[in-house]
Design a protein. Structure first.
Ligand SMILES: C[S@@+](CC[C@H](N)C(=O)[O-])C[C@H]1O[C@@H](n2cnc3c(N)ncnc32)[C@H](O)[C@@H]1O
Length: 202
């Protein structure tokens, strides 16, 4: 079954959780990974992997010795991905992000980059707030949160939380999507130029 049909099948079964009828286009997938400084990125998290169009981009670009944790709620999608990408650690529920950001010795791990395809607009306000706070907490100083959304609903939270924010629209996607690039306050790391690909300031 093609990725589009597989995705549509899941959408018809759980439209709210899936959040769109088609996987992201290659243009949107490329826009989601373009601003990441891959050489400096050791821990990457993906939320809402779906059929893996963005997973594939991340896996191709990340450093060899980096850690990649990817979350996908739908069991069959996640199982397919785990077969395709044996070098990626897959987990089910993005709402349990913090629980999984630990080593075997229970030490906390922080992410340098979190890339999200989650349908935030379909979550309750409480769920949305909790998850956005968890994402912020697990990001390293200087870390980057990249999210695509079909509306600007998250913007007030992102503006108030992140040091640097850029939003641009990718028209070549069904439906067109906003890509948010959000950088947490940097420690000693040089800031990522989140403005370099943007055409629309948030
Ligand atoms: C709009 S789709 C994006 C899929 C893929 N990233 C893409 O760009 O084509 C959203 C995905 O988030 C997943 N999802 C929804 N709620 C989730 C949760 N709580 N934890 C993990 N994944 C979730 C859905 O199953 C779906 O695959």
């Amino acid at each position: 079954m093609s990725q589009n049909w597989l995705f549509l099948k899941h959408f018809l079964r759980s439209p709210i959780a899936i959040g769109s009828v088609m996987p992201s286009s290659r243009h949107l997938a490329a826009a989601m990974v373009r601003c990441v400084e891959w050489e400096q990125t050791r821990v990457i998290v993906e939320l809402g992997a779906g059929t893996g169009v963005i997973t594939q981009e991340i896996n191709a670009l990340r450093r060899e010795n980096s850690s990649f944790l990817s979350f996908e709620y739908e069991n069959s999608l996640r199982e397919n991905l785990a077969q395709c990408y044996p070098n990626v650690s897959f987990y089910k529920d993005a709402f349990r992000l913090k629980d999984h950001m630990v080593t075997q010795q229970e030490d906390k791990i922080r992410a340098d980059c979190i890339i999200s395809g989650l349908p935030f607009a379909n979550f309750s306000q409480q769920q949305r707030d909790n998850l956005l706070n968890d994402i912020y907490d697990v990001l390293n100083p200087g870390g980057l949160f990249v999210a695509f959304q079909y509306t600007r609903q998250l913007q007030p939270f992102l503006v108030s939380s992140y040091d640097k924010l850029n939003c641009h629209k990718v028209w070549a996607n069904l439906p067109p999507a906003y890509v948010y690039l959000c950088q947490k306050t940097s420690g000693s790391k040089a800031p990522v130029d989140v403005h370099r690909r943007g055409d629309e300031r948030a």
